[in-house]
Design a protein around this ligand. Structure first.
Ligand SMILES: C[S@@+](CC[C@H](N)C(=O)[O-])C[C@H]1O[C@@H](n2cnc3c(N)ncnc32)[C@H](O)[C@@H]1O
Length: 230
């Protein structure tokens, strides 16, 4: 079994990435960011409050429509400082708050957001399933969790490469072998949550846009009412 990632390793990795992050990952991840923001905004067409978890340097923030209020959180202070500079420089008045926060312990009330977005984040957190529970808790019934992420291959040469590269990748802040099954199984066993879509994204479908919905009429704490079936 693959070992989990730890928060301190991750924090160190992103403190190193912060000065060059936009240069290295700006263009590479752009298609996924655009598609996930489009999906998020379609989920609250008349404007709403969106939480961007792992907002990093805030590279996605200018892409949100001004009719949405956006809150960004990240565990890495150096990354978040860049986001703060961007908000001031670009006068992004729809960004309500930026805060240092662990994705698994969000300091917001239940059912506070219309959409929770996490771009290239869910495989970087130590406990992805517990983190998704927390996303579901802060999400309003009828709302959506929108993820974009690299998903590990299930077979073949790519899988072998990802397994081999994984120890080095962890030190850089990635988990390339992360299996789709973990996300699918989380949705299957979490009451009040369902998979809406998994859409392959470039390059070569190695990335996925993933949308989970929170059922209308379900208690706000979807994570807390978790039931394992079968
Ligand atoms: C690959 S970067 C993605 C940044 C941005 N979302 C983007 O699209 O470029 C992953 C981000 O997740 C943040 N992160 C990692 N673990 C986290 C955690 N447990 N809680 C909050 N943020 C975390 C990192 O600090 C980093 O900024």
């Amino acid at each position: 079994m693959q070992s989990e990632i730890d928060k301190q390793t991750m924090a160190k990795a992103y403190a190193r990435w912060a000065p060059v992050y936009d240069l290295v990952f700006g263009a590479v991840f752009e298609r996924g960011r655009t598609a996930s923001i489009e999906a998020a905004e379609q989920a609250c067409p008349s404007g709403g409050r969106i939480l961007d978890v792992g907002v990093g340097t805030g590279i996605s923030l200018p892409d949100y429509s001004r009719s949405n209020r956006v809150v960004g959180v990240d565990y890495s202070e150096p990354m978040l400082r860049k986001a703060q500079e961007r908000v001031v420089e670009q006068k992004l008045e729809n960004i309500e708050t930026l805060a240092v926060m662990d994705a698994k312990h969000l300091g917001f009330p239940d059912a506070f957001f219309d959409v929770v977005v996490a771009q290239y984040v869910i495989t970087a957190v130590p406990e992805p399933e517990a983190t998704l529970d927390e996303f579901a808790r802060v999400l309003k019934p009828g709302g959506e969790i929108v993820l974009v992420n690299h998903i590990g291959a299930e077979t073949g040469l790519r899988r072998a490469f990802e397994q081999w590269f994984s120890p080095v990748a962890r030190r850089l802040g990635w988990r390339p072998e992360f299996p789709w099954a973990r996300l699918a199984q989380w949705a299957e066993r979490t009451e009040g949550v369902h998979l809406i879509e998994r859409r392959p994204m470039p390059p070569l479908g190695h990335f996925s846009l993933i949308r989970f919905g929170k059922t209308l009429g379900v208690a706000a704490t979807a994570g807390a009412s978790r039931a394992v079936r079968g």
